[in-house]
Design a protein around this ligand. Structure first.
Ligand SMILES: NC(=O)c1ccc[n+]([C@@H]2O[C@H](COP(=O)([O-])OP(=O)(O)OC[C@H]3O[C@@H](n4cnc5c(N)ncnc54)[C@H](OP(=O)(O)O)[C@@H]3O)[C@@H](O)[C@H]2O)c1
Length: 225
């Protein structure tokens, strides 16, 4: 299978690259800056790509030209932390931070996916790595305005895409990876990226049109919107 992964140079993205490549799949690893760990793997690296830039999305499409995509994993993401105080005291900086999270977390995955649909068929799957922090129902601790809003927006876009792609029989996965030890969590968490990705790959393997666009934890638990 041909698997395309964004945010492939570290954390959950790199764990996806390693596990799919170990399975014998052909991996296309999209990143902003390749590193030695990625370079030593037998994968195709699409380097120097900022997914928020329209020109870079065109370059990704160009570099994947002629490749049939079985699985696209929109994994790249950005977490800032705006508190209510920061919104009140430094609204300009909060506006910029929230805007960048929207660009990376919500808009870029949708636009990258729509750009690559022409290279998919009825067995293809589009995966969005979202967060339970985007769940409105699950929000009991507040804060993180831009991250929560952008991941909720991602979920909404992913659901629309699933409805629109149903006639083409392309399934859409909306998955929370768990609380994972990566750079994003400052290396706190209750599971490693490898453990999270094992669970996520199990979810992707069992993703069909029947469970398309449900919101699942990597452990299989169904999450509230
Ligand atoms: N870790 C958790 O507990 C957790 C929980 C819920 C959801 N998630 C989600 O899981 C996904 C992976 O996160 P992670 O934990 O592995 O974090 P991470 O180690 O910080 O990885 C995030 C990746 O996204 C890339 N990225 C950020 N902005 C980008 C841009 N503009 N263009 C291209 N790539 C960009 C980063 O590239 P650079 O290295 O170049 O910055 C990095 O490779 C994210 O969508 C995150 O929201 C994580």
């Amino acid at each position: 299978m041909n698997v395309v992964i964004t945010g492939a140079s570290g954390g959950i993205g790199l764990a996806f690259v390693k596990q799919y490549s170990l399975r014998g799949d052909k991996v296309f690893a999209i990143c902003r800056k390749a590193n030695a760990e990625l370079a030593q793997l037998d994968v195709t690296i699409i380097d120097k790509m900022d997914i928020t830039k329209a020109a870079n999305i065109s370059q990704i499409v160009q570099q994947l030209k002629g490749i049939h995509i079985d699985i696209l994993i929109n994994n790249a993401g950005l977490l800032n932390n705006e508190s209510l105080d920061s919104l009140i005291n430094d609204p300009l900086s909060a506006r910029n931070e929230i805007n960048s999270q929207f660009q990376v977390n919500a808009l870029a995955p949708l636009l990258l996916s729509s750009s690559l649909i022409a290279q998919m068929d009825s067995h293809s799957k589009i995966i969005f790595i979202t967060s339970r922090m985007g769940s409105i129902d699950d929000n009991t601790s507040g804060g993180y305005y831009g991250y929560r809003m952008s991941k909720a927006a991602l979920n909404a876009g992913a659901k629309s895409l699933a409805v629109d792609l149903e006639p083409r029989k392309i399934a859409v996965g909306i998955f929370h990876p768990g609380y994972v030890i990566t750079k994003m969590t400052r290396f706190t968490g209750d599971m490693t990226a490898e453990e999270s990705v094992s669970g996520l790959i199990r979810q992707i393997d069992t993703l069909t049109l029947e469970n398309s666009a449900h919101f699942y934890h990597s452990n299989g638990e169904k999450l509230p919107w």
